[in-house]
Design a protein around this ligand. Structure first.
Ligand SMILES: Nc1ncnc2c1ncn2[C@@H]1O[C@H](COP(=O)(O)OP(=O)(O)O)[C@@H](O)[C@H]1O
Ligand SMILES: CC(=O)OP(=O)(O)O
Ligand SMILES: [Mg+2]
Length: 391
């Protein structure tokens, strides 16, 4: 028996299979991705099972989702070594005010989640399209929605409230926070390994989307993303925090909603500033002034936002890095560590260099007042645990 975890993103659908032993959900034994899911696309299925990577290029199809999932179904059922799937766990970015914990998906719940599309236009439509496609392909399996916002249900009112008229706050215009499945995983790892993690913790999830979460007693108490996944840090293609006056100025220049949305979500961040790429690895390999400027701004913004959250925590006991950049970019971690040296952060250069694999590692020097960890995140495992709990 096993749980299938699904993360249907804007360009790629990622999946993993987590066996259940003794009622405990295990790390994935099979991971894979599907690309080419845009209408009329030719889906590409990649997966790794028992150390063997496999690749299947499918025909162009009117409904590539349907095509890809039928192929995935064949793959799962065709190999007797793949454990039988008992339920499907979906990462859903926005749970709004109502869903502060995972839920089993029903038709009315799917409708409620559809109403939240405008709050996360880059993520929610793909997440829900994924759920619908899996419901069609695997109608007999229970499906569970696990929300990125749920971990932040513990934000205190003073943190989630914007300085807006109350009527708007009551409508749900407030800070929600995202990357919650990742933070839940990182927090659980830290609590298992470090007594200090019960104290003041700053977690940095630095991937294509990037955010920070401040936690105390293992619970989120502040986070850099807000009402939408646009706020806070500079990201691959997103601006992060920006003075709303800029948007008013652009509207006056005739920019409409769609053009602003594209600017804020898709044309800014590392891509916009460098004019080269949204991909940190690609920018690190580029010695141009534009690439350096983009990386410097990314780093600076991470320091600035960290300072704000550390002030809210009243100090820092543990700093943790996750996400593609957090897990692999040695220089970014070294820079952030140096610029937080005034707090007593000392990263050991050798340990920092070694932390680029898939290992959980502490990278602080013995004299560091703050523990520094690299925790390769596992959103799929958290979602699978949630699904197992609910079914
Ligand atoms: N070795 C590396 N050095 C620097 N950045 C890296 C490295 N490996 C991956 N990254 C960066 O991680 C980012 C993607 O993060 P990831 O968490 O995988 O993305 P997603 O949010 O899509 O899940 C990209 O900017 C990528 O360049
Ligand atoms: C919420 C969010 O930004 O997610 P991702 O990092 O997957 O884009
Ligand atoms: Mg991500």
């Amino acid at each position: 028996m096993a749980i299938l975890s699904v993360n249907a993103g804007s360009s790629t659908l990622k999946f993993s299979i987590h066996p259940l032993y003794d009622g405990h959900v295990q790390r994935s034994v099979l991971t894979g991705s599907i690309q080419g899911l845009e209408p009329g696309g030719a889906p590409v299925l990649d997966w790794t099972f028992q150390g063997r990577a496999q690749h299947r290029q499918l025909e162009r199809a009117a409904d590539p989702f349907d095509q890809a999932l039928r192929s995935l179904g064949d793959l799962l059922q065709g190999d007797p070594a793949v454990p039988t799937i008992k339920a499907i766990a979906h990462r859903v970015v926005h749970g709004g005010r109502k869903f502060s914990a995972s839920v089993r998906i029903t038709a009315p719940i799917l409708n409620e989640l559809t109403d939240l599309i405008s709050l996360a236009p880059l993520h929610q439509p793909q997440n829900l399209q994924g759920i619908r496609a899996f419901q069609k392909a695997f109608p007999s399996l229970p499906q569970v929605a696990c929300f990125d916002t749920a971990f932040h249900a513990t934000l205190p009112e003073v943190d989630y409230t914007y300085a807006l008229p109350q009527a708007l706050t009551e409508q749900g215009v407030r800070r929600y926070g995202f990357h919650g499945l990742s933070y839940q995983y990182v927090m659980s790892v830290l609590l298992e390994r470090s007594e200090q993690a019960k104290g003041r913790v700053l977690m940095a999830h630095l991937g294509n989307g990037a955010s920070l979460c401040a936690a105390r007693g293992g619970r989120s108490c502040s986070t850099s993303m807000g009402f939408s996944a646009l706020d806070g840090l500079m990201m691959g293609t997103r601006t992060g925090s920006i003075d709303p006056g800029v948007l008013l100025y652009l509207m006056e220049q005739g920019w409409d909603h769609d053009r602003l949305e594209t600017l804020l979500y898709k044309q800014s961040g590392l891509l916009g500033v460098s004019g080269i790429s949204a991909d940190m690895r690609r920018l690190r390999a580029d010695s141009s002034a534009a690439a350096l400027a983009a990386i410097e701004l990314f780093t600076y913004r991470a320091v600035r936002e960290s300072g704000a959250l550390i002030a809210c925590l009243g100090g820092l006991d543990v700093l943790a890095f996750s996400g593609g950049i957090g897990e692999h970019d040695i220089e970014l971690r070294a820079q952030l560590g140096q610029r937080l040296a005034w707090l007593g952060v000392v990263i050991d250069p050798l340990l920092n260099q070694q932390a680029v694999g898939n290992e959980i590692m502490a990278i602080h020097a013995p004299q560091s007042r703050v523990q520094v960890w690299v925790v390769p995140t596992d959103e799929g495992l958290v979602a699978a645990r949630e699904a197992a709990r609910l079914i």
